[in-house]
Unconditional design. Structure first.
Length: 138
């Protein structure tokens, strides 16, 4: 929690700016794909966080409470940060702290994330597929 709280002020600023949200989601998606083998257990949760940020930034999904958005953004900033508790360049253990932070975010926002996924399932299938791939029009 302490690691995540270090990024809260920046997360509040970034969450208020749709351009920053879009860039954050793009960078997180790139890192996730580049390090797919290293990120382990967050491999399934991280894409959901990225999709909700993209949908919020586009204005498509605004049912997410502000505090939840800021928490997700702080988690993604932590994931992207090269200066976190355990540097990502360390083999095997470099993503352990990232996994812990993302897991904390997902557990804390389980209800909000389920609501987002239910909303996603209600979208036309082509649009949903593009969101999942991160190619929906900005």
């Amino acid at each position: 929690r302490r690691g995540l709280s270090r990024f809260r002020r920046r997360a509040e600023r970034d969450a208020a700016d749709t351009g920053r949200l879009k860039r954050l989601a793009g960078r997180a998606s790139e890192k996730m794909h580049e390090h797919r083998d290293q990120i382990g257990e967050i491999r399934d949760d991280l894409p959901v966080l990225i999709r909700v940020v993209r949908a919020y930034a586009r204005g498509d999904y605004r049912a997410l409470p502000w505090r939840s958005l800021v928490t997700i953004v702080a988690g993604l900033i932590y994931f992207l940060s090269p200066v976190d508790l355990i540097p990502d360049v360390l083999p095997v253990i470099g993503y352990v702290d990232d996994a812990a932070v993302i897991g904390l975010v997902v557990r804390g926002l389980r209800g909000d994330l389920r609501a987002f996924q239910a909303w996603e399932r209600g979208q036309p299938s082509g649009l949903l597929a593009r969101w999942r791939e991160g190619r929906a029009s900005e």
